[in-house]
Write a protein that binds this ligand. Structure first.
Ligand code: UD1
Ligand code: CA
Length: 425
């Protein structure tokens, strides 16, 4: 087991945003959340530290609500990545085991890659392992400098690099595994004599070499995983890649996705085989979609949606926090929120579950039991239950529970006035 430190104190100036960089989201989950979950998913980390600084109250509050086990450590002012990690020294004073350090802005990193990285580090027995990747255009990333025998010499930031160094395509990914007992002394020896006047975490490599410690390089297989986000352009690129990766996984698992280029599926959505996703769907949050379902075109699943097998969610249908049992159809122009819907139910076009009272701000539940039929353009005013087999006539405004096998009808009787038009012209 090891400990982890995630650096999340930087301002993220290039995001040009009022929100701290690590709280920006992809599919409504924060960049920091992805990194924390990837670390957690290794099953190898016993204690997680997050370094907070810029807008620390907001980041701390987010962590308290969503990751209560995580310990936050304040870095103020923010004097660089090396300074950030040194904030943990008082907490790990007598600790001598391994520490995994990660930048907080790499949401595409996976638990599998981190596990392999940690395994590589512990099997080599080295004191320090950095993660690298090869980029055609490494732009602002730190360059990995190797000695003539190929071993690790140092990391040089782009702003400090010579012309020769800047042409190097192997970069520092921003993930480090280290033997804390041996490397921790490096943090009191970092200097700020560099182009940015900061304490660079990357300088621990040089220190380790100078002090006779063993360092090594692990090159990640899929370089996209360590794509760091510094701007909204990069956020959009990372979102697109995360989506492509998710869609590929579903296609490989037997889900039919007609047009991957217009389909968005969050990584936390499970879909079973033979379900078809039609173009232009947006599937957000955590969802479980069964087999043989048909979704879309133009459907919006907003999270906490559970669909059993053979469910149809058609065009312009929005579903949120709702469970739908098998063989139920909601094919057109519908909103289903905070609902429990049975099997063999037909939801007519234009049905709305009115789940929210804007005066009390309370959300209520709609329950529709097996075999019920909801006529087109109906509003089900929650809390409300439509019992088994009941029918709601078209344009029903349902404010009371409807008993099993009853017909509920609220529309005024139809009047046909003969020749009314001619008489009134
Ligand atoms: C860093 C690396 C660079 C590497 C790149 C990979 C250093 C000096 N450079 O550069 O070699 O190629 O990541 O993406 O480490 N942070 C703090 N406190 C600070 C400064 C930063 O917590 O005082 C946090 C940021 O919130 C961010 C992470 O550290 O999550 C990295 O900082 P950032 O400024 O993005 O570093 P890069 O310039 O990208
Ligand atoms: Ca960065």
């Amino acid at each position: 087991m090891l400990k982890s430190i995630i650096m999340a104190a930087g301002k993220g100036t290039r995001m040009k945003s009022d929100t701290p960089k690590v709280l920006h989201t992809i599919f409504d989950k924060t960049l920091l959340g992805y990194v924390l979950d990837a670390v957690e998913g290794t099953g190898l980390v016993e204690e997680q530290f997050v370094i907070v600084g810029h807008q620390s109250e907001r980041v701390e509050e987010y962590l308290k609500v969503n990751y209560p086990e995580t310990k936050t450590v304040l870095q103020s002012p923010q004097l660089g990545t090396g300074h950030a990690v040194s904030m943990v020294l008082p907490y790990l004073n007598s600790y001598t085991g391994s520490v995994l350090i990660l930048n907080g802005d790499i949401p595409l990193i996976t638990s599998d890659s981190l596990k392999e990285f940690i395994r590589f580090h512990s099997e080599s027995g080295d004191d320090l392992t950095i993660m690298s990747a090869i980029f055609d255009n490494p732009a602002n990333l730190g360059r990995v400098i190797r000695k003539s025998d190929g071993s690790l010499d140092s990391i040089v930031e782009a702003k400090d690099a010579t012309e020769e160094q800047i042409s190097i395509k192997e970069i520092n990914a921003g993930a480090y595994c280290l033997n804390w007992g041996k490397i921790k002394q490096a943090f009191s020896n970092l200097k700020t004599n560099n182009a940015q006047g900061e304490y660079y975490l990357t300088d621990i490599v040089k220190w380790a070499n100078e002090n006779g410690l063993k360092s090594n390089i692990y090159t990640i297989k899929d370089k996209k995983e360590i794509f760091g986000i510094n701007s909204k352009v990069e956020l959009a690129e990372a979102s697109k890649y995360m989506n492509e990766r998710t869609i590929r996984k579903h296609l490989e698992n037997g889900v039919q996705i007609i047009d991957p280029s217009t389909t968005w599926i969050s990584p936390e959505t499970e879909i079973e085989h033979d379900t078809v996703i039609y173009p232009s769907c947006y599937i957000n949050g955590k969802n479980k979609i069964g087999a043989h379902c048909k979704i879309g075109p133009f459907a919006h699943l907003r999270g906490d949606v559970v669909l059993e097998d053979y469910v149809k969610i058609g065009n312009f249908v929005e579903v949120k926090k709702t469970t739908i049992k098998s063989h139920t159809n909601a094919c057109h122009l519908t909103y289903l929120g905070d609902s429990e819907i049975g099997s063999n139910v037909n939801i007519g076009a234009g049905t709305i579950t009115a789940n929210y009272n804007p005066l009390t701000k309370i959300k209520s539940k709609t329950i529709i039991k097996d075999n019920a039929k909801i006529g087109s353009n109906s509003v089900l005013v929650a809390p409300v239950t439509i019992e088994e087999g009941a029918n709601v006539g078209a344009v029903g405004v349902i404010t009371k529970n409807v008993p099993a096998w009853a017909l509920a009808i609220t529309r005024a009787p139809l009047r046909v006035l003969s020749n009314w038009v001619k008489k009134n012209c």
